[in-house]
Design a protein around this ligand. Structure first.
Ligand code: ATP
Ligand code: MG
Ligand code: MG
Ligand code: MG
Length: 470
């Protein structure tokens, strides 16, 4: 029962249209009027004003496919089968309209009747105290009780500080023993890739009060999120999200440029997957008007792009290449995201500029970093001083996270206090001598040559806020 990723997206949205939902296009990756978030990380995030009642939704039932970025998952990318920094989240939402029963029944209907997933490979998790959900799953939907797992707050209760919150229920698919860790106690909830979580149904039924107590909401909401890449992985029976049709096309291109045969070297496979993921993030971020910078969203973009470039080096690629790979991203996603095609030239130009700038210094930076590693090892030390880490950042354009990551491969840490001190000192110097530019501080001049209308949503320079998620 093969389905392409683009086909699954359409099936989902039209299914929920048939259940009375209004289909809205994906919102920008840049949050609007939301200082708590650096980048949109879930389908519900741009809809928050409808959930809180701040704004009136165009309809009480809405369905979307939302582009998302979670840099919090960056270290898992390429290592697990199921995490990307970029992914698309399908969702159906109820703003005080239908609730648990419909949300649950429709999720099951879509999974088993539209996607035709075999019932004997599906599992469900619920919040341990949510007996109502247990009743619905067993009595109304007909899922055997032994396929339902009760889980604690960390996994199955959604809340952020005060305000609307509630239990959730998740759908899992058993991909079979050969995809798992093989441990005897491996079951739903195991961190390996056998039982893969693909859909989260959030039942927003409480309000968390100031004193920490929960009161019942008069009009409870529904917020669901299904990872499109994950469900496509399941539908296509492939090993990971990187082998899903539209993403495999990117992966193949990376392998072609690197002249490398996928699945022949585990470390190189990780690099291929990292590049494949990061170029998706980068392409979509630029299409939403984000430009590389040293702060906020722009820094996230820079970090992803430079991390991808470094993995390119690990594959032996010795020229700027990402700006060409983004064509494959655009080709495969442009029907759902027409802005990609509209901004193709702009996206390529931004990526190329940033890539070429880093390309000027990356080789030198890597060889200096290797020198540091040799020296530290010879001296039996395992901490790099802040001054050296700062030099890599300032002179060679190494995002500190990249330095940390490379050193970590050798069990070496960075003296972060020392690094921050250097950073402060540099900011101080910059304040007193504005005209003096350094390698990392010249963005404004370079990107000023790009047409302004293409960067309208760009708010990177001033934004420093954010939460742990991104
Ligand atoms: P996991 O436990 O696997 O990290 P999650 O519980 O953090 O996932 P949710 O916050 O519940 O994920 O998001 C809803 C859905 O979005 C998930 O069920 C999954 O299908 C998808 N999803 C979440 N994070 C990612 C990611 N990094 N890459 C791809 N899909 C993701
Ligand atoms: Mg997660
Ligand atoms: Mg989870
Ligand atoms: Mg989840």
């Amino acid at each position: 029962n093969y389905m392409g990723l683009n086909e699954i997206r359409e099936k989902y949205l039209s299914f929920f249209e048939s259940k009375g939902h209004l289909r809205l296009p994906s919102f920008s990756l840049v949050p609007q009027n939301d200082k708590s978030l650096l980048l949109i990380n879930a389908g519900m995030a741009p809809l928050k004003p409808y959930f809180t009642g701040q704004e009136v939704p165009p309809r009480k039932r809405v369905t979307t496919c939302q582009k998302c970025i979670r840099t919090g998952d960056i270290e898992r990318v390429g290592k697990t089968a199921r995490h990307g920094t970029f992914f698309e989240m399908l969702g159906n939402f109820s703003f005080g309209d239908y609730f648990k029963e419909e949300a649950t029944a429709w999720a099951w209907e879509f999974a088993t009747e539209v996607l035709k997933l075999p019932k004997d490979r599906l599992y469900v998790s619920i919040y341990e105290e949510d007996d109502e959900a247990f009743e619905i799953w067993t009595k109304k939907v007909g899922v055997p009780a032994d396929r339902i797992y009760r889980m604690g707050k960390e996994d199955n209760f959604w809340e952020i500080g005060q305000g609307p919150c509630g239990p959730c229920s998740e759908l899992y698919f058993d991909r079979g023993e050969d995809k798992g860790c093989g441990k005897p106690d491996c079951k739903v909830g195991c961190d390996c890739d056998r039982f893969i979580e693909f859909w989260n149904l959030v039942f927003t039924q409480f309000n968390k009060e100031e004193d920490g107590t929960y009161s019942r909401l008069e009009n409870p909401n529904i917020d669901t999120g299904m990872g499109l890449e994950r469900i496509a992985t399941i539908m296509q029976g492939v090993d990971s999200i990187f082998e899903v049709d539209t993403i495999k096309a990117i992966l193949d291109k990376v392998c072609e440029v690197a002249n490398y045969k996928y699945n022949t070297d585990e470390a190189k496979d990780v690099s291929v997957r990292v590049i494949t993921d990061h170029i998706r993030s980068v392409t979509f971020m630029v299409s939403d008007g984000i430009l590389p910078s040293n702060e906020g969203r722009g820094y996230v973009l820079r970090r992803l792009l430079r991390r991808a470039a470094r993995h390119g080096k690990l594959l032996g690629i010795n020229k700027a290449f990402l700006y060409n790979i983004c064509d494959v991203v655009i080709e495969n996603s442009k029907t759902a995201y027409p802005e990609l095609e509209e901004k193709r030239d702009f996206i390529k130009k931004v990526i190329k500029l940033e890539e070429e700038r880093f390309d000027e210094t990356i080789d030198q930076g890597l060889s200096i970093l290797n020198q540091y590693i040799e020296e530290l090892k010879a001296q039996n030390k395992n901490v790099l001083d802040g001054e050296s880490a700062f030099k890599l950042y300032d002179t060679y354009g190494f995002p500190i996270e990249l330095t940390i990551e490379i050193l970590d491969e050798h069990n070496i840490k960075v003296d972060m206090q020392g690094f921050e001190k250097e950073m402060e000192a540099q900011k101080e110097r910059a304040r007193s001598a504005r005209e003096e530019t350094n390698y990392m501080g010249t963005d404004i001049d370079i990107y000023a040559t790009l047409p302004a209308e293409l960067t309208t949503e760009f708010v990177g320079y001033t934004s420093t806020e954010g939460n742990g998620e991104v």
